[in-house]
Write a protein that binds this ligand. Structure first.
Ligand code: M21
Length: 143
């Protein structure tokens, strides 16, 4: 299942290029989205939250009130190999994290907190991808 998350991450990360400009995320702040899973990744920048929001919107994963669109998110995850094994759990994790930070009014800040919560919950549930696999696949895709 860490393998499924690798594919979802790389798929979701394809929107980063599209969202860099809009979110004003500088290249040195995050060259590639797979850095999200690194141990030392910092959830500090407002622009990072804005970028993740932009990426979610790019794939139509958000409602008008800037919350996760459950049905579209479920479909998005299921569009990856064996995604159906993880979609329910991932949607549940994100929803639980959303509820935890619902009082944060700024969308970018709230989504940044939700993303960190999502990452920690995935690590705890042992469904986070391995960095080695992510990097290996990323390099293969670029070739
Ligand atoms: C699957 C790979 C990476 C995903 C990263 C970000 C996921 C964070 C979820 C944010 C969802 C935002 C919901 C808005 O309420």
């Amino acid at each position: 299942s860490a393998d499924i998350m690798k594919d979802v991450t790389l798929g979701f990360g394809e929107a980063l290029q599209h969202c860099r400009e809009e979110s004003q995320l500088t290249e040195e702040k995050m060259e590639e989205f797979f850095h999200f899973w690194r141990d030392d990744f910092k959830f500090e920048d407002h622009e990072l939250g804005c970028a993740i929001m932009c990426m979610s919107r790019h794939f139509n994963l958000m409602t008008d009130s800037h919350r996760m669109h459950h049905e579209n998110t479920d479909k998005f995850i299921k569009s990856f190999p064996n995604g159906e094994m993880l979609s329910k759990q991932m949607v549940q994790i994100i929803h639980t994290c959303e509820q935890q930070f619902d009082s944060v009014e700024d969308h970018c800040w709230r989504i940044l907190r939700i993303s960190e919560c999502f990452k920690l919950a995935c690590i705890a549930a042992d469904i986070a991808p391995s960095m080695e696999l992510l990097i290996a696949e990323f390099i293969m895709e670029a070739e």
